[in-house]
Design a protein around this ligand. Structure first.
Ligand SMILES: Cc1cc2nc3c(=O)[nH]c(=O)nc-3n(C[C@H](O)[C@H](O)[C@H](O)COP(=O)(O)OP(=O)(O)OC[C@H]3O[C@@H](n4cnc5c(N)ncnc54)[C@H](O)[C@@H]3O)c2cc1C
Ligand code: FES
Length: 275
């Protein structure tokens, strides 16, 4: 993209309804003259005229470019406005911003992906990217396990992609807080699923979801012997500029938009207010 403070127009090519609250918007930039690339874990500032901007993680892999997926939960004004949009409508995007997941260091590792609700969005790109590399037999992760928690079975998002990952060899384990009729899977917290997962020196754990889930998952991982450097999460802070100017995302001397949003537990331990 040109300058990171000027939004570029992107067209909505497709909308995938993930559940009642979450939709994935498949975008394509209209101006193709500027190269656009990113790595999993980075985010965009999404804008809709008269509704402002919000930080949204890119939920697809760079290997899917020129298509860019944003998986968006209806939360406030902007996200409600985009949920009302149809395919072929246009939005503004700036970015990519932030530090990505250290995907180059995942080679030969066992990836343990722990997510709750919309928290799977930034991790989805990591799984797709790693599967792509495995297919090419390039330096890639050894194996992947996904532990995914939702409130109820009808809240489970990304079902189509989870089924695809299962067929591609990802060990996907789902749990819900509250079962509904016909649900035959696990009921309980995502941390309960963790008990059955072996943690070795080859494990890298990626955690994203509601703050309370992140806190418990990290505590469990640490108690199970996972090293601080091998536990990686993302922080959510209210952002305005997304690029280190406004200071809205300030946290103990760091700017989450520039120094994060991806942090290892080793990094977080030195930061006050990060827990
Ligand atoms: C790096 C990053 C990545 C993200 N990725 C995604 C993603 O992939 N998908 C997704 O759906 N969301 C994502 N978010 C969250 C998203 O940016 C917010 O939910 C955003 O506020 C939605 O904008 P809105 O205008 O729809 O809602 P808002 O009007 O901003 O309201 C959303 C919620 O935030 C509260 N709020 C509003 N202003 C403030 C404030 N100043 N301080 C504290 N709370 C406030 C509101 O009360 C409401 O509960 C991400 C956030 C960050 C920082
Ligand atoms: S959002 Fe402006 S400095 Fe981070």
């Amino acid at each position: 993209m040109t300058e990171n403070f000027i939004p570029e127009r992107a067209v909505i090519r497709e909308i995938i309804i993930e559940n009642e609250q979450i939709r994935t918007f498949r975008l394509e930039l209209l101006n193709k003259t500027h190269p656009f690339t990113f790595l999993p874990g980075q985010f965009l500032m999404l804008s809709v005229p008269h509704c402002g901007e919000a930080a949204i993680s890119i939920s697809s892999s760079p290997t899917a470019l020129p298509l860019i997926d944003l998986s968006i939960r209806k939360a406030g004004e902007l996200t409600t406005a985009i949920h009302a949009m149809k395919a072929a409508a246009q939005v503004g995007i700036r970015g990519p911003f932030g530090k990505p997941f250290p995907v180059a260091s995942f080679s030969g590792r066992n990836l343990l992906v722990i997510a709750g609700g919309i928290g799977l969005a930034p991790l989805k790109g990591v799984i797709d990217y790693s599967l792509f590399q495995q297919e090419l037999e390039e330096d890639s992760v050894q194996d992947m396990t996904l532990l995914y928690g939702s409130r109820t079975p009808s809240d489970i998002a990304f079902q189509e992609v989870i089924t695809k990952w299962q067929a591609q060899g990802v060990d996907c384990r789902l749990t819900v807080d509250r079962a509904e009729e016909e649900w035959q899977g696990a009921v309980g917290l995502v941390t309960d699923l963790l008990e059955a997962c072996p943690i070795t020196e080859k494990t890298t754990a990626l955690v994203c979801g509601p703050p309370i889930m992140i806190r418990f998952a990290i505590a469990h991982l640490s108690a199970m012997g996972c090293a601080d450097e091998a536990i990686i999460t993302t922080l959510e802070r209210h952002m305005k500029c997304g690029m280190g100017i406004c200071g809205h995302c300030h946290l103990d001397g760091r700017l989450v938009c520039v120094d994060g949003p991806v942090f290892s537990l080793a990094q977080l331990k030195g930061m006050e207010g990060a827990g």
